[in-house]
Ligand binder design. Structure first.
Ligand code: PHE
Ligand code: ZN
Length: 889
């Protein structure tokens, strides 16, 4: 029973509704943008550091903004701050007042110096926004609106200042003192404290400010830019305490990735680094992946630390990708920043595209493309078809933290990628050059970017701009006719309605297509067709027989294709398409089409068996094909995810989809048991290392076990245990343990215990241990999650740990969608408990419950009830309130 409302029976949403709802937080609209009344060309900050008490003195040099309406007042944002001192031009003043959390000050003249003193308690900051303590060190996180938790300031990205930072603190607790830019002076106070001064010559918005202080050790290196500037590079980690592991050797891969990123950005985008130092600090308590603060990137340890013993091949790739992403922000984000937060995709979409292209160049381009599309479909497509759908350039928000989404990031990248496809690489590059040229030092808009590409690449993007304004994944219906010797492609597009956008206009959709001659198995060349009307047809002469259509090759457009392709065409493409993505796509289509029919009850038993046989045949061909490398073979073996299958259905029954997907896997495994065992044996003999062959071998090895676990659990248990014992990499060990975690045999407990004992002093590996159990196929996974929530290593204050248990759980369809609603209840309980501790992270757990409209009615009602229970919780944060409100919509 809720002690604050003793009359409400447990979990009765009607009673809860009777409580007075808190006022909804104000809506901020893109169309209301106004330039700020003042410029702040220079800012000086002086920190007296303490874990529980830090004093901040800020000096703002302000002058009237000639581009704004003149005003005699300045409004400085604050959050949870009280000013200890306010001065104007060096004199104490009383001409200020608090307006909510903000400080409003009268300024009679055209230029002034404002002095402000605030005090903060970093150790009490569990939100991890602003200045906070993590494992004895101090660090900051200011994007999007964390700076206002440090001092009063116009905390908006279009106010750019040159920062000079001085900090002093205990020399023993904080031997390393870091901020943005270059170190200009340091000294000892002779009383056990010391100080450092940093100056960043590049004007920046407050969200790019950073400060770090602590007992840190560094991996140092240098990089010489193409114009000959020598840059000192350092990656800092916390110094190991007693009983802790030394993380320093685990930074080698990040350092190598950083240097590769610096070279690549010079070669591919002509972008050179612009300071004498580039520092990265790894922190274990972090809300996001990493942060691109000017010259001082702050990273979640998860995206810095990697060695073969503790990180998987996937972790190595993620480190490389995130290091690149944050480094690339130095130009796409820092040198050119955003005018307001509605323009977030300007820096994020573009930077994601840049990091994707980088990773394509560093490894297997087709495999990287497939992985990126899988992420888009797994995370962004569901977002775009649900209550939280928004355009890549949103029109309104209540809490900007809720808009760091797969739509802004990943769909944003796809939209820019489409421009690149239409322009061609060279002209696209010319457009990017023009963009950086025109807007260097500015806070720009998405429109500025499109205009620069339009002008620089010589492209008409008039209609294309709709991609920035309209939400929803376009559905493209495809029909191929054949008459005489002409094949005709009939295309139709529908952009579905989304919240606030009932009617949509057709958008330009660039589709690469190829038509294969059935007999010879070749095509006469790939073509780009741009569908820019509701319906359009394209004719291709020269086909005596009906060709096989390969469409959206390379996934040129982020749309869903609806094409009732005959099974034999999909089998043909899965085996023979020369575009690797299209080949993968054909395999996926084959399986999704089959499972949809099975779930809809459309197939007789013999039709179902025929479908399974066709898929088994295609899989056997994939396993045997000598032309495939194992990395690509691994992709072709992956069954479409439950989320992706559900996404293809109007209303999904998660229980049935899960059951049928597993049944299919079991049937395939039984049909191909010998092939999977042989594949595992062959791959086990490949020598180790980080090269593509070794990585590919590890990938197919675990894939084989995943199949065998469903077809022959006893054999799989034995093979997985052997793989676990023989493992000389985390990839093999985690892969084996993942399979074992879903099985019921004795090896499950045995190896889970072993893993924990082996790695208990390494937090990132303990995260894996939590995640493996939360994501397992074991029928009691839900009980395991409950037990793990009371494990001594579980900690609500560490976002990585919370995500390793509950994000993984929410993505585990069988467990999360338990028929009695227990999974939904557990997630809602977590959100309610986490919200007062860390609202940004709490709000990220709401979307899985928000899927209710697309789930069968019994479960939908249970999900909705949990959302209502959260909504009725007193004192809910703006973050969580917004997400829950939109989800109930
Ligand atoms: N700007 C960061 C990135 O994409 C993400 C981030 C957002 C980090 C908000 C922290 C807080 O690289
Ligand atoms: Zn980013």
């Amino acid at each position: 029973m809720d002690i604050r409302n003793p009359s409400a029976p447990d979990g009765n949403p009607e009673m809860a509704d009777a409580a007075v709802p808190p006022p909804a937080p104000a809506v901020i609209r893109r169309v209301d943008y106004q330039p700020f009344g003042w410029l702040v060309p220079r800012l000086e900050l002086d920190f007296q550091l303490g874990l529980t008490d830090t004093r901040v003195a800020a000096t703002l040099h302000v002058e009237r903004n000639p581009a704004a309406t003149p005003t005699g007042q300045i409004r400085l944002n604050g959050e949870g701050l009280a000013p200890l001192e306010v001065t104007v031009d060096g004199q104490p003043t009383s001409l200020w007042r608090m307006a909510g959390d903000d400080l409003v000050l009268d300024l009679p003249g055209t230029a002034h110096t404002i002095g402000l003193v605030t005090r903060i308690d970093p150790a009490a900051n569990t939100q991890l926004s602003g200045l906070y303590a993590s494992g004895g060190m101090l660090c900051t996180q200011c994007e999007a609106e964390g700076f206002r938790r440090i001092t009063f300031f116009p905390d908006r990205p279009d106010v750019l200042s040159i920062y000079s930072v001085r900090m002093s603190g205990d020399a023993d607790a904080f031997p390393v003192l870091l901020s943005n830019g270059n170190l200009t002076a340091r000294g000892d106070n002779g009383d056990g404290t010391h100080w450092a001064e940093w100056h960043d010559p590049w004007p920046k918005p407050s969200y790019l400010f950073a400060l770090v202080a602590g007992r840190l050790v560094a991996n140092r290196d240098t990089f010489t830019t193409r114009s000959g500037r020598k840059v000192d590079l350092a990656i800092y980690v916390r110094e190991a305490g007693a009983g802790e592991e030394d993380d320093l050797p685990r930074t080698a891969h990040a350092m190598a990735s950083l240097k590769r990123s610096m070279t690549w950005d010079e070669e591919q985008f002509g972008r050179e680094y612009d300071l004498d130092t580039f520092n990265i600090v790894a922190v274990s308590d972090f809300n996001a992946g990493a942060m691109e603060n000017k010259g001082l990137n702050v990273f979640n340890t998860k995206y810095v630390l990697a060695d073969e013993e503790t990180a998987t091949d996937g972790d190595f790739d993620a480190v490389e990708g995130v290091i690149a992403h944050e480094y690339f922000h130095n130009w796409s984000g820092n040198r050119v920043t955003c005018r307001d937060w509605f323009q977030l995709s300007l820096k994020e979409g573009f930077t994601v595209l840049r990091d994707q292209l980088f990773s394509q160049d560093m490894g297997s381009a087709p495999v990287k493309r497939i992985e990126d599309v899988r992420v888009l479909r797994g995370a962004q497509f569901p977002e775009d078809s649900g209550p939280l759908a928004h355009p890549i350039r949103p029109d309104e928000y209540r809490e900007i933290s809720n808009f760091y989404t797969a739509t802004v990031y990943n769909k944003g990248a796809e939209v820019i990628r489409m421009m690149r496809v239409m322009a061609g690489e060279e002209r696209f590059r010319a457009g990017c050059d023009l963009y950086f040229d025109r807007h260097d030092g500015e806070a720009a808009t998405c429109e500025d970017f499109v205009k620069a590409i339009e002008d620089g690449a010589g492209l008409d993007l008039n209609q294309f701009r709709l991609w920035y304004a309209q939400a929803g994944t376009p559905r493209v219906t495809v029909r191929l006719d054949h008459a005489g010797d002409v094949a005709t492609l009939h295309l139709a597009q529908v952009v579905p309605p989304t919240p606030g956008q009932p009617d949509k206009r057709p958008m330009p959709i660039p589709l690469k297509v190829a038509l294969f001659d059935r007999a010879s198995g070749i095509h006469a060349g790939e073509q780009l067709v741009v569908l820019d009307r509701a319906q359009q047809s394209f004719s291709f002469p020269g086909f005596a027989t009906r060709p096989v259509l390969s469409i959206n090759r390379g996934f040129t457009a982020p749309v869903s294709i609806e094409h009732a392709a005959p099974v034999e065409d999909l089998v043909f493409l899965a085996a023979r398409d020369d575009d690797p993505f299209a080949r993968y796509e054909a395999m996926q289509e084959l399986v999704v089409g089959h499972l949809k029919d099975v779930v809809d009850g459309k197939l007789s038993a013999s039709e179902r068996d025929a479908g399974r046989a066709a898929i088994a045949g295609a899989l056997a061909a994939v396993i045997a094909d000598p032309a495939l490398d194992d990395l690509m073979r691994g992709e072709l073996l992956i069954l479409p995810s439950q989320t992706y299958i559900a996404e293809q259905m109007l209303i999904a029954d998660p229980g049935t989809i899960h059951h049928e997907r597993q049944a299919l896997r079991g049937a395939l495994a039984r049909a191909l048991e010998g092939e999977f065992v042989a594949l595992h044996q062959r791959a086990s003999a490949v020598p180790g290392g980080l090269n593509a062959a070794a990585r590919g071998a590890r990938k197919v090895k675990t894939q084989a076990l995943v199949y065998l676990a469903e077809g022959n659990p006893d054999l799989a248990e034995q093979m997985a245990a052997a793989q676990y014992d023989a493992a000389d990499t985390m990839t093999d060990r985690q892969g084996a343990l993942m399979v074992l975690a879903g099985l019921k045999g004795p090896q499950r407990t045995h190896k889970l215990l072993d893993f924990y004992q082996r790695y208990r002093s390494n937090p990132l590996v303990v995260d894996k241990w939590f995640g493996l159990q939360a994501g397992s196929l074991h029928p009691h996974a839900i009980e395991h999650v409950k037990a793990l929530a009371t494990h001594p290593d579980f900690n609500l204050k560490n976002p990585n740990r919370v995500r390793s248990l509950y994000m993984v759980f929410a993505a585990n369809p069988a467990a999360f969608h338990a028929e009695d609603g227990e999974g939904y209840r557990m997630l809602a309980d977590l959100i309610i408990a986490l919200d007062p501790v860390n609202p940004q992270t709490a709000a990220r757990f709401v979307p899985p419950l928000g899927r209710w409209r697309r789930i069968e009615p019994r479960r939908a009602a249970l999900m909705r009830a949990e959302l209502e229970r959260i909504a009725a919780t007193p004192g809910l944060s703006r973050d969580t309130a917004e997400q829950v409100g939109r989800s109930l919509g």
